[in-house]
Write a new protein. Structure first.
Length: 110
């Protein structure tokens, strides 16, 4: 059921198509699953608080997707969501924000 809803959402949000495809069950058990989309490895330095936030989002996405995303997929989903939100904010404003404080106030107000 979650896979079907993800596929429907990917019609409105094309960037979700890669997640819908990557969460499709292959029927193959054991070992590392094959990668449908090439990903790059990056080293991140996160605070304990930031790590906890990523863990919280991983649990949220796990419930929504029906399968636990990797930490990288979680960060990728958050990046796409932030982009969608930012574009919505920019469309509603006369001009893009000129400072981080202004951006934070715009996001907080929506």
């Amino acid at each position: 059921m979650k896979k079907e809803s993800l596929l429907k959402l990917s019609e409105r949000y094309p960037w979700l198509a890669m997640y819908a495809a990557s969460f499709a069950s292959t029927g193959k058990k054991g070992g590392r699953p094959s990668t449908l989309f090439p990903r790059s490895s990056y080293s991140l330095r996160l605070t304990n608080g930031e790590n906890k936030l990523v863990d919280e989002w991983q649990k949220i996405f796990s419930g929504l997707l029906g399968k636990s995303p990797s930490r990288g997929e979680t960060v990728g989903l958050l990046a796409w969501l932030a982009r969608e939100r930012y574009e919505t904010v920019i469309e509603a404003q006369d001009a893009p924000p000129e400072s981080l404080e202004e951006l934070l106030n715009i996001f907080k107000g929506m």
